[in-house]
Design a protein around this ligand. Structure first.
Ligand code: GLY
Ligand code: MN
Ligand code: MN
Length: 458
C-alpha cells in the first residue's frame, strides 16, 4: 500500500468539500492500469490526483463517492481474488484500505450504477478514454452528454490550491529529489557525453528516491524547442543544455526545476549576456512573490526585464512599456511565467487551466505570449507556483514574424538573425507563498553564472 496521511486528513478534506454542497453526490473514479503494448504490459501506474486528495489510495479499480445529502463517503471496489494473489502476493482487504482513509462504507463495484440512479452526480472532467466510457456507462449517457460540474471543479481548486503544512513537507521532499536530479546532471555534463545518458541519470534518481519523474524529462541542447523530448545528441563544446525536470515523491507530490548549462563549463560572452537577463528576470519575479500580488504582475516584471535586457544587447528597441503590453517580447518568451504545482506538476490542469489560474477578477489575455500564462490570479499563503522565465531563438517563429514585419518598431530582426542558432535558456524554481512573503522550495540549486560554472568545473 502507498504511504498515506493520517485518516483524519482525508476525512477533513471530504467534509470541507461536503460543506460546500447541500445536495447531490460527487464521484471520483480511480485511474486504472493503462496498457502499453498488450493488456497485461502496463505503463507505470499513476492514480488520479483528485482521487489521491480525497481518498488517498494509489490503487486502480475503485470509485470514491461523497454523498452530500447524507454527509457520508463510500468506497466502491472489489477484494482481490486468489487468482490475483498468486501473481501479486497477498493484498490488503478493501475494508482495511477503507479504514486507513476513514470512509464510512465499502461496497462492491457492481452496486455503483444502481446507487447512482436518480442522483444528481457531480464529476470532474474525465481525461482518460476508459474512464470516459465508464462514466458514460455508469450514468446511462452518451460520451458527448458527459457534463463535468463547474461547482465541483471550483470547490476542488479552492481546496487543493492552498497547500497545508503536511503537504508542504511532501513538496519539500519532491523538490529535494529534483535538486538531486539536477545536481547530478550538472556533475556529469561535459562535451562527449550523450544527452540520453544524462536523461537516464536524472530519471534514475527520480525513481530511486521517489515515484519517478513528475513529467517526461526535457533535456536537450535544442532548448529553443520548449518541451523537447529528443535526447539523441552528444554534448558539444559551445552549446547550451536545457534541462527541465522534476520528481514525484512517494506521496505523489511534484517538483519542477529548470537549469541551463554551458556544456564547455563556461558561458561564452554572448551566452552570459542572455543568461544574466533570464537570471535577473527569475530573481526579480521571485522577490515579488507574496500574498496579495497577482502572478500576472510577476510575469510582467519578468518580461519587462527580458525586454530591457534584449534592448541592451540590441535585439529589441522602442518604448518598453508599450512593447511589453503588445507582446513583442513573446518572440523570445512565448510562454507564461508559471503555473501551480502540487499533486500534478501543472496542478489541477485536468480541471481546466482557467479555473486554476484565473478567477472572476482576472481573465486570460488573447495576446500571443500573455495568453500562455497558466497562473495569473492573486497569490495567497499556501499557493505553490513556478517562476520560469526564458529567452529562446525559435527559427520558425523568427521567420514568420520577420516576413510579417511584426513588431518592427520593437524588434531588430537583422541582429536577431545573428542569434538564430543560439538555442534557448530557461531558469525555473518552485515557490511557496507564505504569510509574509515566499520560500523557494528545496535546497538551493546552483543558478547564478558563477555557481553554475563552479559546479560544472568541479
Ligand atoms: N514542465 C514544464 C513546465 O515547466 O511547465
Ligand atoms: Mn518545468
Ligand atoms: Mn514549470
Amino acid at each position: 500500500m502507498n504511504p498515506l496521511f493520517p485518516s483524519p486528513i482525508y476525512q477533513k478534506r471530504r467534509a470541507q468539500l461536503n460543506a460546500a454542497f447541500s445536495s447531490g453526490t460527487a464521484l471520483f473514479l480511480s485511474n486504472n492500469e493503462s496498457p502499453a503494448n498488450y493488456p497485461a504490459n502496463t505503463y507505470h501506474y499513476r492514480q488520479d490526483s483528485n482521487f489521491l486528495y480525497f481518498f488517498g489510495l494509489s490503487l486502480p479499480n475503485m470509485v470514491g463517492v461523497i454523498d452530500f445529502e447524507q454527509n457520508r463517503s463510500l468506497l466502491f471496489g472489489d477484494d482481490f481474488t486468489i487468482d490475483d494473489i498468486i501473481w501479486m502476493g497477498n493484498q490488503p482487504k478493501l475494508s482495511d484500505l477503507a479504514a486507513h482513509i476513514a470512509v464510512d462504507e465499502v461496497r462492491p463495484l457492481s452496486e455503483l450504477a444502481s446507487f447512482l440512479k436518480n442522483k444528481q452526480v457531480h464529476f470532474t472532467p474525465p481525461y482518460r478514454a476508459d474512464n470516459k466510457i465508464e462514466l458514460a456507462r455508469l450514468l446511462g449517457k452518451n460520451l458527448e452528454e458527459l457534463t463535468p460540474s463547474i461547482e465541483l471543479i471550483k470547490r476542488i481548486v479552492a481546496l487543493r490550491e492552498l497547500k497545508s503544512p503536511e503537504e508542504i513537507v511532501q513538496m519539500e521532499e519532491a523538490n529535494e529529489i529534483g535538486v538531486n536530479m539536477h545536481t547530478m546532471v550538472m556533475k556529469h555534463c561535459k562535451p562527449g557525453v550523450a544527452e540520453r545518458e544524462l536523461f537516464g541519470v536524472a530519471e534514475g534518481i527520480a525513481l530511486g528516491m521517489g515515484n519517478g519523474t513528475s513529467f517526461p524529462i526535457i533535456l536537450s541542447q535544442n532548448g529553443q524547442t520548449l518541451h523537447n523530448h529528443d535526447h539523441s545528441l552528444i554534448l558539444e563544446k559551445g552549446r547550451l543544455l536545457v534541462m527541465d525536470a522534476g520528481a514525484e515523491n512517494v506521496m505523489n507530490y511534484c517538483s519542477d526545476h529548470t537549469r541551463t548549462l554551458p556544456v564547455s563549463g563556461k558561458f561564452s560572452p554572448l551566452q552570459k549576456e542572455i543568461y544574466e537577463t533570464v537570471y535577473q528576470a527569475n530573481m526579480a519575479a521571485i522577490a515579488n512573490c507574496k500574498p496579495g500580488i497577482q502572478h500576472i504582475e510577476n510575469h510582467r516584471i519578468a518580461v519587462t526585464i527580458i525586454t530591457e535586457g534584449l534592448q541592451k544587447i540590441g535585439l529589441m528597441k522602442g518604448n518598453i512599456e508599450e512593447s511589453v503590453a503588445l507582446g513583442a517580447h513573446a518572440l523570445f518568451m512565448p510562454h507564461g511565467l508559471g503555473h501551480q504545482v502540487g499533486l500534478d506538476v501543472h496542478d489541477m490542469e485536468d480541471l481546466g487551466e482557467n479555473f486554476v489560474g484565473y478567477d472572476e477578477t482576472i481573465q486570460r489575455s488573447k495576446i500571443f505570449g500573455w495568453g500562455s500564462l497558466r497562473m495569473a490570479k492573486t497569490l495567497k499563503p499556501g499557493h505553490v507556483i513556478t517562476v520560469e522565465p526564458g529567452i529562446y531563438f525559435i527559427p520558425h517563429l523568427i521567420d514568420i514574424w520577420k516576413n510579417e514585419k511584426k513588431f518592427e518598431a520593437y524588434i531588430n530582426y537583422d541582429k536577431v538573425e545573428m542569434y538564430r542558432n543560439f538555442g534557448g535558456i530557461r531558469i525555473e524554481d518552485s515557490v511557496l507563498i507564505t504569510e509574509n512573503g515566499h520560500k523557494v522550495l528545496g535546497s538551493h540549486l546552483p543558478k547564478s553564472v558563477t555557481e553554475i560554472e563552479n559546479i560544472l568545473q568541479s
